[in-house]
Write a protein that binds this ligand. Sequence first.
Ligand code: GMT
Length: 376
Amino acid sequence: MSRPLKLAITCYPSVGGSGILASELGEELARRGHEVHFISYEPPFRMPSGPGIRFHAVRVNDYDLFKYPDYTLPLSVKMAEVARAHALDLLHVHYAVPHATAAILARAMLREEARLRIITTLHGTDTTLLGRDPGYGPAIRHALEHSDAITTVSAFMQRETVRLLGVRRPIEVIPNFFEPHAPRRPRAEVRRELGVADDEALVLHISNLRALKRIDLLLETAARLGPRARFKLVILAGAPFAPHEDAVRRLGLAGRVVVREKVAEVEDYLQAADLGLFTSETESFCLSILEAMSFGCPSVAFAVGGIPEVVRSGESGLLVPFGDTAALTRAVESLLGDPARRATLGRAARDRAREHFSAAAVVPQYEALYRRVLGG
Ligand code: GMT
């Protein structure tokens, strides 16, 4: 039997897909007997606790001689310190900026113990936004070229990384996964709390509300559904929703839009949902769609980025061309009025999630990669 591995995971701890994925990966690896260290400036949003898991905080000093506080150097020092103290095999960094650069620097600091391996997983805007920024692109390319392996979450992202950064090293696609925890409250109780009537559908949107999530198009679609459609739009917001309240009122959606901010028990809401609605202009994967699929909830979304790799349109959800809110509205209407079709798509979504995007399907791909870069 192969020995358990010792690794550190670094990610952004705030609400965001890369941090969620990194946390879940750490949980699954610890469950499989590996020793997992998280290194970040605070514990990740959904960081698990339990045997085999430790957290190491990076302290950032706000020296007044610097106009901008620096995180990369203290992070690299902490990575080197944890790697040495725990004889780590590898650092697995999620989201390249600045984590991959800090990891390369940490390895350089270790000198003689330089067998430390570095795996960089690209998640999205580290390629699609920062990759095209001349102030970041060369540093990202350097960090990728000096990583022992590069992975990303969709074939779309793999293509974009080659196109935007000109990386010539192999980039392995290992998709995101989701392993739902059991909900803590009954479905009926959650729907009651949200004010969803028995004859209404719960349309769910989960995101961190950043500009590319196109909350304007989400609200426009909800407004286009009209006053006779029986639904509540529930938004699980990973950032303050206040900047969108005016639009909610202007579009006559007060009373139809229910917002919950920074929800940790996402499963309670996923089990209560009938339909997911997503309006991003780009997504490398869209973990929120997968979370909904895992609960048998199909989604309607724009066919952008890696989303068509997650959802087979017409089989496990419905996708329409980007920006066509009329088509998006028709797709939502068709499913609001047809619970049987919703259930068929939902079953296919759940099966697809289990087969391709569960921990059992995906975590062994990371373990195999770790063993490969460690040489056996
Ligand atoms: O790339 C980002 O915008 C940040 C990143 C995050 O940390 O939330 O999001 C990306 O990573 C998720 C997990 O892999 C993917 O599900 C999201 O689609 C992706 N976001 C974008 O590509 C916009």
